[in-house]
Design a protein around this ligand. Structure first.
Ligand code: FES
Length: 105
């Protein structure tokens, strides 16, 4: 287990233990951290939108074109920080990553 430091939509931050190999979305959804993930991780709904903390943006794999196309359409899009959490696999290298759940659309 490794940890994700999550700030939810109420602005509360907590450390959530997650299984390496799962996606960030799966970990946040299962921890009831305001991630709805209605498409189940198919990169088609953007309800798993999170902002990656500036200190971690260089440590996550780059967005694919499909992910960028979808996340750019969200109202709260931040070019440097916005990610669909279903598209990021949690690894030991991401232990301690800080993310903020984006506002609901
Ligand atoms: S869960 Fe739908 S885009 Fe990530």
């Amino acid at each position: 287990m490794a940890v994700i430091n999550v700030t939810n939509r109420a602005g509360q931050t907590q450390a959530v233990a997650g299984k390496v190999g799962n996606t960030l979305m799966e970990i946040l959804r299962d921890a009831d951290m305001d991630v709805e993930a209605i498409c189940g991780g198919c990169c088609s709904c953007a309800t798993c939108h999170v902002f990656i903390d500036d200190a971690w943006t260089g440590k996550v794999p780059a967005r694919t074109a499909d992910e960028t196309e979808l996340v750019e359409q969200t109202n709260s899009y931040k070019p440097a920080n916005s990610r669909l959490s279903c598209q990021i696999k949690f690894t030991e290298a991401l232990d301690g990553i800080a993310v903020t759940v984006a506002p609901a659309e």
